[in-house]
Design a protein around this ligand. Sequence first.
Ligand code: IVH
Length: 676
Amino acid sequence: MNLSRMNTDQAKHKIEELRKELHAHNHKYYVLDAPEISDQQFDMLLKELESLESKFPEFDDPNSPTRRVGSGITDKFEKVKHKYPMLSLSNTYSIEEIEAWEERIKKSIDQPVTYVCELKYDGVAIGITYIDGKLHRAVTRGDGQTGEDVTANVRTISTIPLSLTGDYPEEFEIRGEIFLPLQAFTEMNKRRVEAGEDPYMNPRNTASGSLKLQDSNVVAERGLDCFLYGLYGENLPGQSHSENMEAARSWGFKVPTYENRQIEKCSDIKGIESFIAHWDKERHALPFEIDGVVLKVDSYQYQDELGFTAKSPRWATSYKFKAEQASTILERVTFQVGRTGAITPVANLKPVVLAGTTVKRASLHNADQIEKLDLREGDTVFVEKGGEIIPKVVGVDITKRPIDSEHFTYISECPECGTPLIRNEGEAQHFCPNTLTCPPQVSGRIDHFISRKAMNIDGLGTETVDQLIREGLIQNPADLYDLQKDDVLKLERMAEKSAQNLIDGVEASKAIPFERVLFALGIRYVGETVAKKLAKHFKTIEALIAADQEQLVAVEEIGERIAESVVAYLNDPAHIAMIERLKSRGLQFELEESDGPSSNLLEGKSFVVSGVFNQMSRNELKQAIEANGGKVLSGVSKKTDYLVAGDNMGPSKRQKAEDFGVKIIDEQRFIEMISA
Ligand code: IVH
């Protein structure tokens, strides 16, 4: 039916129908990892709903599938009293105490007891109330009695249903843990470091910080996930924890599964110990962090009989895994100078085995941390492995400190170029201000400039960059565009073909769009996303150079700190001179507005797109496929030519692609296909 001729009743009906359909597809895609329609079909339904909703705003609903992308800004998170207090769990690191806990239960309950063993997800607890099958409100734990209303942010988490199916109670609360999968965490930190920002410390704090972000659109991009582990209410269908969690699964919730042992039932301490032993070993292979396991008595009747202490239930407890720690000697502190001049102290350790790998170096973050731990060279220190790849120093064994040990004095001059360091107020890091000639800054800047996500110069790598700098052939990115093949050929071990590749790669990079050139410049705090925003807003480098602090801050998502950094960079005559040179060599300093199909490079080829991407959104990717003559398909089948795989793609998709012999390519490879 034509949209404009629809009457209000018909529109209401259609909106409801579309919402129901989209909720069901969301569940199949995110929770069950078994989509039934193509992403393209999904987007079409979503678009149809969006347009109806904008025509008929009277049927607005915060639980509409159109709201997953975020619904704007929350000024203040309202305080909400919990209907059921959110208690914590007793915890222990000792198996003996778990045995004692189980003994006590056996003594109190004179009948066979079933235990449910679960993982202890390391994230943030959340209580979500549903009324009439619709997500009503999501509240953080807070002090256990009162939490904060973070509904707008929780609505953006794809695995949390907005609307339920099946036979659910009229009103109930479901609790679980919101967490940031390790891959999403690593990707996010990579982007932060690229933008010259400090990386986040661990996935747990990042998840917790994300829930408190004021802009739910930003939360939507972070890739949070949630496992549900408890049901509360007056009319629950089952008589036990496990029955109710199964019911919750059938209403659409992401409940841990038995198949991969993420949840397990057993009837004695042997079963509990086997579960603990399994996960103590296997936890490192999980795509998210856990800090232990949770053990619960299954039957509600027995739970009631066992009751609570002041702080926690007697019917549940948790066993925590020891963070893997080792002690070794801190031989020396050295300093790294990053491409933006940031100084990072590094602990050089006497090699020691930790969580199966030999550790020689550990991160020390900054001067404050050394001061806080009163770290000294020669100390025996404790190193730990957390969510990050690089281990960290967490403490000093004072009893082993040599008597002649001396207080550690932080450097005041750049270890690479001798320039006095500066430390801006409110910042933890020291900086070397000699951006123009400090060697690691020079090479770091060029390495960044040529990197895949920036100018993506084929045929040029870190080693060649170092050689070129040493030979005095390049000092800044603009010099790359003046290189002659003969110059390059003079380099040690440089073959004719490699030299040609390098020259061709440099030439091809002239077609890279403005936003990536802007990112490639390596302005502090200007990561890929910020570069895109700036390019889109100002359109030309001239407009950006002319912009003042105020105009910059007016751009969505550009804060004071970024604005200051951009202004400082573009006020430096050396930078302007370099930009002028780059421009005169033919680099893109203007936004190219794209419209309509642009090629038939992908003619006859079919694609499936899955996961989260860095340089384009999933939608942009699909548009690009179609704009270049390709076809976007639903699930992977024999007919598929390529699977474009992003982050967090479901494992079943990859498996299917492998089974059918479909080529699996990443975003970068795809971009190369259409920029040929
Ligand atoms: S049940 C009264 N199950 O651990 C029992 N909690 O210290 C309520 N957690 O605040 C908690 N995984 O944030 C339960 N499978 C799991 C859990 C879990 C993680 C967290 C939760 C809670 C804390 C208890």
